[in-house]
Structure formats: C-alpha cells, structure tokens
Design a protein around this ligand. Sequence first.
Ligand code: AMP
Length: 293
Amino acid sequence: MRIVRTVDELRAALAPHRSGGIGFVPTMGALHEGHLSLLRAAAADNATVVLSIFVNPTQFGEAADLEAYPRTEEADIELAEHAGTHVVFAPSASEMYPAGFATTVSVGGALTGTLEGAVRGRSHFDGVATVVAKLLLAVQPDRAYFGAKDAQQVVVVRRMVTDLRIPVEIVTRPTSRDADGLARSSRNARLSAEERTLAAVIPRSLRVAQDAFASGIRDTSRLTALVQEGLSEAGVDQEYVEIVDADSLESLTVIARPALLALAVRVGEVRLIDNVVLDPRSDDRIILERSRA
Ligand code: AMP
C-alpha cells in the first residue's frame, strides 16, 4: 500500500493502474466499520482501491467542531491496508487549497437548502461539493463509494456528477450500525460512556416510526411526532426530524413515494445524524409476501 500526499504523486501512483478499474472511497479519517465496508465494496468491484483521508475545513461551520474532529491517521492506515486499500491519499490543507484558491462548486435548490443545509448553511454543501469534485478530478476513479448514513450528501454528489458530467459511477452502501443500532460515526468516539448509552434512543426512535409506517401510517407529521417523542423523553436535543422525498428532498405531508426520515440531534457536545428510508413500494412487497405466507 502506498501513502501519497500530493495530487501529482497520486496521479503518478495511479497511472499504471488505469485499465483495471479504480474504486475510490473519500473520508475524513478516524476510520470505523462503516468506512471499512465501503473499502471492502470497492475492493470487490475494482482492481485498485484508493482511500482519501482529508478533514475538509471548508465544510465545517464551527471552528471548535473542526478542531475536535478525531484524527487517527496511523491506525487508519493499518485498517485501510487490511480492508484491501492500495493507495491512501492524505493531502495537507495547503495541497487541497493552495494560496489564491478561489473556486467553489455549489449545488443549488432544495437539495442543499433543507435538512443539513438548513442547519449548517449552504456553505456546508459548497464545501462538500467542492472537495468531492477536487478529489474526483484528482483520482479519476471508475466508481466512488458513499455511505447512506449521509443521505443528503449522496443526493448532492449525484446531482453534481450528473450536472458536470463527471465520468464516475456513484455507489451507495447501507449504513453500518453498532449492535444496538447506533449508526457508526467518527464522532461517536467523542461520546462519554453515559452519552453512548443514551444515543441508542436514536435508532430506537427511528424504528418506532418504521414500525408505524409498516402498519400503514403515511402521514408524515404523525411519524415525525413518534420520533420526536422518543428523543424528547430521553432528553436528547433535536435539531431537526423531517420526512422528505428521497430524490428531491422536498418536504412531504403524506408518503406516497420513497421518502427519507432524517434527523440531527445533539448528545452532549456531539452532533449526530441518522436516517432511514420509508418506501411504500418495498413495504407493499413485504405486506404482499406476508399475506402469501
Ligand atoms: P466521513 O469520514 O464521515 O466523511 O465519511 C466518509 C464516508 O463514509 C461517507 O461516504 C460516509 O457516508 C461514509 N460513512 C460514514 N459512516 C458510515 C456508516 N456508519 N455506514 C456506512 N457509511 C458510512
């Protein structure tokens, strides 16, 4: 496995491997099982796997959040190698944003104005789109792998790739969860033992809404109220709990098409996000299969 720090070194390292298929997993490091599941998927589909580790300053609103973001490069490199990575691209901030840098890739509309964009501001997704565009141009992969945990990010990246005709296949992988259902996140490492126990209320509350949805409730205000109640009872601070169209991310009052139930909360100082898809079509299939059985 090679570790490279500059775009020039990266391009030179990848030049001999272009014909065999390149899979790319962009991350901010502090690797956990969720990231490793993306690397393994990339290794299964591609001859060469590239991992990037870059804590992108332009997508952080609060300087304190950027500073507190865990950085564990040595451990990351070892984990990456075991997961089948061939090249790690770990650039400095000045390599990614040299003096005079003045270009922003901005995805507009509801895709970036809602959910995370509403709370963190559009500049968050400007930061994400710009760094992902830069990374895709640097790596030029055949496929890039993203986690469903950051569902809005996937929708925004897909839009950008379509709009700019970037020649890459975007692959989305399911959210990897701990045994109690909590979505794995680099930020979980910042939870105290007590907060970690409390955080299990997030997947529990989402599950209550999923069960209500499976029992036929389609009214989004009733479903979000169920999640909000669960979180409030546990004393978890809520930033948003919303149900939006899974493709357009527009607000829904009734679920007739695949929808995303997404939330952001704070457990202590730590901001956590999670989501589940509520799909009336797959739910119909489950009900049909049950009635056949
Ligand atoms: P991050 O390092 O948090 O920027 O995440 C890098 C990539 O890993 C993104 O595509 C995330 O969606 C993905 N990811 C983070 N957590 C998980 C998880 N629990 N399951 C699956 N993918 C994840």
